[in-house]
Design a protein around this ligand. Structure first.
Ligand code: FAD
Length: 518
């Protein structure tokens, strides 16, 4: 069975027990990557349960350094989560809800510790939103049963996608593996199920006894980053300025984007020098914003209730947010992509290179291809990269350097503030042609043409590659090939580490050999 089926079976097996279980002294909501009070399905349900039973609701968050390690969580992402927790703690306190934050070193100790805490608080009911990675689904399946055996209960809800995984099937009852028909089905489904865009309310004010009974929880402080995810003081300052934390920031950014930029999203979204995208991925990935809230606000700005009609910018943006759902649906249905395997098994035999010198040139933004280097430097500085550039650098790594795409996927996760397993894995699968609904393998981005098309004036390159500031005109895209070699060389900018045309031929041959022998 798929991990989600294990969880569903556990929830079904314990449903009667859950329905009949009387509420003891408290109800607990376990926060994970759903760090918000607004439109949070499980939090709202937990608060209703607590309110009906007239007992306090407690929020719980567990920091696990080993878990961060296992998920390759970037230090910038951990920093964002911890800063967000401080905002969340205050927001919850305004509703008299305490938030307990605790560090549990080992991942396998998390379930036991949650049970211990619940017993200590006299809590009977645990709520959480579902995370679709294999380890999390399996853990939650075990926890649902374990809590039931101990006279408690756990309910895990769909929340992070607009349409829960598993809902959409092709006419023959299969999971979609191509985005376009899937998107049509997604739109239809949302139109037919209006409740999918109903927002969950704010949690209700907590029972008055909470402050006295759980004073110690109100006093607990959100710790600093664990040793394995520590960042320097300079990075702390930089990330704080770049990525203001918390759900209010997310709402502010969403409103501003919907007021000022969404209408032109279709035209501007591919220009990395132009801030034409929403920059909301960090909020979706951390759960400081729900995709329901976002899609609903975008739709409400349109002159039609149709998600695929009206203003072009709004339509395109909603369809981009839907890609996030699509990839989560793919992960749930084909969980083996969590196990380092390509979605397309016939691409398992490609002989990748593991040349560390080339890989380091790529990670450090020193490949001699200005658009690639600008993008990698943006990632290293911000923990974020524009989508067009993510495609360019991923294609460059897998198809110009023929490096194993998994090296790039891992590097991205280790550095992205919006690192999300499904979107990242499938994004890499798309660019390297080994994933779901991918770019055909023989379509190989020419970095020079991409640069000319999407950064025509070289603004983005000049911003991130200061060595090339003095290069004017079209030479910015290829300084050594277009007469600006002296300036580039004097400024210490490297020559191209590969020749694109030759690399293209090598790659086509390697893919073909791999597929033929697969
Ligand atoms: P906008 O253009 O404003 O789009 C709105 C939202 O739609 C995004 O915030 C995101 O949630 C979703 N979205 C847009 N494009 C995609 C897409 N192609 N796939 C999935 N969701 C999408 N996105 C992540 O959130 N986390 C990742 O780890 C991640 N890794 C990627 C790796 C590669 C190789 C590629 C090609 C793409 C990856 N993406 C990832 C998708 C995309 O690049 C980012 O979501 C986007 O750049 C975020 O910027 P934005 O919020 O301004 O996006």
């Amino acid at each position: 069975p798929r991990p989600i089926e294990l969880l569903q079976a556990a929830q079904t097996a314990t449903a009667t027990h859950r329905a009949n279980l009387p509420v003891k002294d408290a109800v607990v909501h376990w926060f994970k990557w759903d760090l918000r009070t607004q439109d949070n399905s499980a939090l709202y349900l937990a608060s209703q349960k607590a309110s009906e039973a007239k007992v306090p609701l407690i929020g719980l968050y567990i920091i696990s350094p080993e878990d961060f390690e296992a998920h390759l969580t970037a230090p910038v992402r951990v920093d964002f989560a911890l800063r967000t927790l401080r905002v969340l703690k205050k927001d919850l306190e305004a509703l008299d809800i305490p938030l307990w934050v605790e560090t549990v070193e080992k991942r396998k100790e998390i379930p036991g510790r949650v049970v211990e805490l619940m017993e200590g608080w006299g809590a009977s009911h645990l709520y959480a939103n579902m995370e679709y990675e294999v380890d999390e689904l399996r853990r939650e399946a075990r926890m649902v049963r374990m809590l039931a055996e101990r006279g408690m209960s756990m309910e895990v809800l769909h929340d992070t996608c607009v349409v829960p995984p598993g809902r959409l099937q092709t006419g023959t009852g299969k999971q979609y593996s191509v985005y376009t028909p899937w998107f049509r089905a997604w739109v239809r489904h949302v139109h037919e199920h209006k409740e999918l865009l109903e927002l969950a309310g704010l949690p209700l004010r907590n029972h008055p006894s909470a402050r006295e009974k759980f004073a110690e929880i109100f006093e607990c402080e959100v710790p600093e980053a664990p040793e394995n995810k520590k960042i320097s003081e300079e990075e702390k300052k930089r990330f704080k300025a770049l990525w203001p934390a918390g759900e209010h920031e997310a709402m502010k950014r969403l409103s501003k984007f919907c007021d000022e930029a969404i209408g032109k999203y279709g035209q501007n979204r591919n220009i990395p020098a132009n801030p034409g995208t929403s920059n909301l991925s960090v909020h979706f990935a951390s759960g400081t914003l729900s995709t329901r809230t976002a899609v609903r606000m975008a739709r409400d700005r349109n002159n039609t209730k149709k998600l695929d009609g009206g203003n072009e910018g709004i339509q395109v943006w909603i369809s981009e947010v839907a890609w996030r759902d699509f990839y989560k649906h793919v992960l749930v249905h084909w969980p083996y992509i969590c196990m380092n395997k390509p979605f397309k098994p016939e691409y398992s035999n490609i002989e990748w290179s593991y040349d560390l010198k080339q890989f380091n040139a790529w990670t450090n933004g020193r490949t001699g291809f200005p658009i690639v280097d600008a993008a990698m430097r943006q990632l290293n500085h911000m923990g974020w990269m524009h989508n067009r550039c993510r495609m360019i650098v991923a294609s460059f790594l897998s198809k110009d350097l023929l490096l194993d795409w998994r090296m790039g996927e891992k590097y991205f996760m280790e550095h992205l503030v919006d690192g999300d397993f499904a979107s990242n894995n499938c994004g890499w699968g798309f660019a390297a042609s080994v994933g779901v609904d991918p770019q055909p393998y023989f379509r190989i981005f020419n970095p020079l043409l991409q640069s000319e098309k999407f950064d025509p004036e070289g603004e983005y390159i000049r911003k991130w590659v200061p060595e090339l500031k003095g290069v004017s005109g079209k030479a910015i895209h290829d300084p050594y090939g277009r007469g600006a070699g002296a300036i580039a060389s004097k400024a210490g900018y490297p020559k191209p580490i590969v020749e694109h045309k030759a690399a293209r031929e090598t790659t086509l041959a390697a893919y073909k050999r791999g597929i033929d022998s697969g």
